[in-house]
Structure formats: structure tokens, C-alpha cells
Ligand binder design. Structure first.
Ligand code: DX5
Ligand code: ZN
Length: 225
């Protein structure tokens, strides 16, 4: 059985107080911290890079689940590895030619390799990355167009989750975008076990309550599947 992981997206945190926001989320029961890395090119927004991960790593032991929305992920493997990233998830749309090298490099730096798909990318495109000698260890299904927090969840993406869960029962499947108490059951029953949630957690009066609700929803869906 795959483990439920709730990963608050630090994109919705107060970046000026990143260390205390990270600590607050861990205290509230977060399993992972989701770090959105945007280069202003692959997506029309610019966020943080390896230097910020390095600074944050000095303040927390937490699993840093880095989601690289960048055009040249291979250029960032080494700096993110050195900075203390735990997971390195790149986008399949920009990695068709070099994913094997990318996965191998990510593993050699001690990080967990993951692959992500934009809403318009068919799920079949990640199948080759899940087979062979050096497979990715997580698939992140975007449930909004990448770039910004606070967008509306796209339920039609759940078909991708269902297809993957059926084919790969023990794979970590992450969903990202618009997840919260009103959408979690759709994602959980489709088979997602890693849940990214930004605005629904940070915007809640009681983030611990939301995190526990998301966790329980995944657990319940697993029990009844
Ligand atoms: C969007 C990011 C998400 C985003 C999620 O490009 O990948 O991680 O922060 O935020 P919410 O949960 O607010 O949709
Ligand atoms: Zn993300």
C-alpha cells in the first residue's frame, strides 16, 4: 500500500518567513513540503531557486518535494542536490530527449526522481519513464495549468490518475493544483496518494485540521479500494 503524503505548497506561504512557515506546516502534520520552482520561461511566473532551498535546509529536516517548472531541468540537478532537495520532479514536456540521463543524475545526487505532466499532456507520455532500468519514482499529475496557486481543480485529470494507479499499484502518484476539502475525495478515490495543497491549507483558519482531513481522505479511499 502506498503511503499518504500531504505536501503543503510553500508557494502560498509567507516567503519572507519561509523557515517559520515550514516549521508551522510540519507542526500542523505536513508529511512533505512542496517547493514550486519556476523559471519565468516554462511558466509565466518566477519563484525560487537552489539558494533558497539551501537556506531553508539549514532550518528544517523535512522532506523538500521540489517541483521544477523549468525549461532546462538538467542544469539544476547538481545545485538542487547540493542545496539539500529531497525530491526532484521535472516536466516530461521538456525532457523527452534526455530523461534517462536526468533520472540517473537525480538518483546519483541522492534525490527521488519524479516526472510531471501539464493538463494537456497525455498520460501515455510518462509510460516509458516508468519502465526499464532507471524508472522515475513518482508521477505528478497537474490538476491546474502550472504557474500560479489558487486556481480551480480540473476533475477531468482524474482519468490520468486512474490509468496510472491501475497500471502501477505501488507508484507514488501526486496531484497538484486546486486540492482541498472539496476536491480531495475525487483525487483520493482515483488513486492519488501524494497531495499538494497550497491555498486550501495556508488560507484556512486551522491548517492542521485541513491537513488531517486530506490525509484521512486518502486513507479512507485506500481502505475502500
Ligand atoms: C502551480 C503549483 C502548485 C500550486 C498549488 O503551478 O505547482 O503547487 O502552488 O496551489 P493551490 O493548492 O493553491 O492550487
Ligand atoms: Zn507544484
Amino acid at each position: 500500500m502506498v503511503q499518504p503524503k500531504i505536501a503543503p505548497s510553500m508557494l502560498s506561504s509567507d516567503f519572507a518567513n519561509l523557515a517559520s512557515e515550514a516549521e508551522r506546516m510540519i507542526r500542523c502534520g505536513a508529511d512533505w513540503l512542496h517547493m514550486d520552482i519556476m523559471d519565468g520561461h516554462f511558466v509565466p511566473n518566477l519563484t525560487i531557486g537552489a539558494p533558497v532551498i539551501e537556506s531553508l535546509r539549514k532550518h528544517t529536516q523535512a522532506y523538500l518535494d521540489c517541483h521544477l517548472m523549468v525549461t532546462n531541468p538538467i542544469d539544476y540537478v547538481e545545485p538542487f542536490g547540493k542545496a539539500g532537495a529531497s525530491g526532484f520532479t521535472f516536466h516530461v514536456e521538456v525532457s523527452k530527449d534526455n530523461w534517462q540521463e536526468l533520472v540517473q543524475k537525480i538518483k546519483s545526487k541522492g534525490m527521488k526522481p519524479g516526472v510531471s505532466l501539464k493538463p494537456g499532456t497525455p498520460v501515455e507520455e510518462v509510460f516509458p519513464l516508468l519502465e526499464g532500468e532507471n524508472p522515475v519514482e513518482m508521477v505528478l499529475i497537474m490538476t491546474v495549468e502550472p504557474g500560479f496557486g489558487g486556481q480551480k481543480f480540473m476533475p477531468e485529470m482524474m482519468d490520468k490518475v486512474r490509468v496510472l494507479r491501475k497500471k502501477y499499484p505501488s507508484l507514488d502518484i501526486e496531484v497538484d493544483g486546486g486540492l482541498g476539502p472539496s476536491t480531495i475525495d475525487l483525487a483520493a478515490s482515483a488513486g492519488a496518494n501524494c497531495i499538494v495543497a497550497g491555498s486550501s491549507v495556508f488560507g484556512a483558519p486551522d491548517p492542521a485540521h485541513v491537513i488531517s482531513l486530506l490525509y484521512k481522505s486518502v486513507e479512507n479511499a485506500q481502505k475502500s479500494s
